[in-house]
Design a protein around this ligand. Structure first.
Ligand SMILES: [Zn+2]
Length: 128
């Protein structure tokens, strides 16, 4: 059965919108924190958490945008490494998945070992 790509496009576009608005909200929070006279350590911690979240969200945003690009190019749901179809069940859990499960494991190992030579933007598997 062919994938219902429009369904995934809707999901991904909704997620993209959400992530984009989160990123701008966070900017506001940071400015507010800086304006108040916070305890320095607390401020530092807040900043670290904010940066970690922002980093995670901007990675996820890149993955979501790559997936939308693959929809436009008619390559959505095809593993970037082995070019087999990614199971629909995996795409439902992770609509921005760029690899099938087996390839994701290989890629994760290569990244950990520093031997991965593909496009890093597409690779990190982030939970929904
Ligand atoms: Zn694969």
């Amino acid at each position: 059965m062919p994938l219902n790509v429009n369904e995934f496009r809707k999901l991904l576009e909704a997620r993209q919108k959400e992530l984009l608005s989160n990123v701008s909200d966070r900017e506001e929070i940071r400015i507010e924190n800086a304006a108040e006279d916070f305890d320095r350590l607390q401020q530092q911690l807040n900043r670290e958490v904010a940066i970690r979240n922002l980093d995670r969200e901007s990675k996820l945003l890149k993955n979501v945008q790559s997936a939308l690009r693959r929809i436009d190019e008619g390559e959505f749901g095809i593993c970037l490494r082995c070019e087999e179809a990614i199971p629909e069940r995996r795409l439902k859990a992770l609509p921005w998945a760029a690899y099938c499960v087996a390839c994701q494991e290989v890629v994760d190992r290569q990244i950990a070992a520093g031997t991965f030579d593909g496009d890093r933007d597409d690779v990190s598997e982030l939970a929904a």
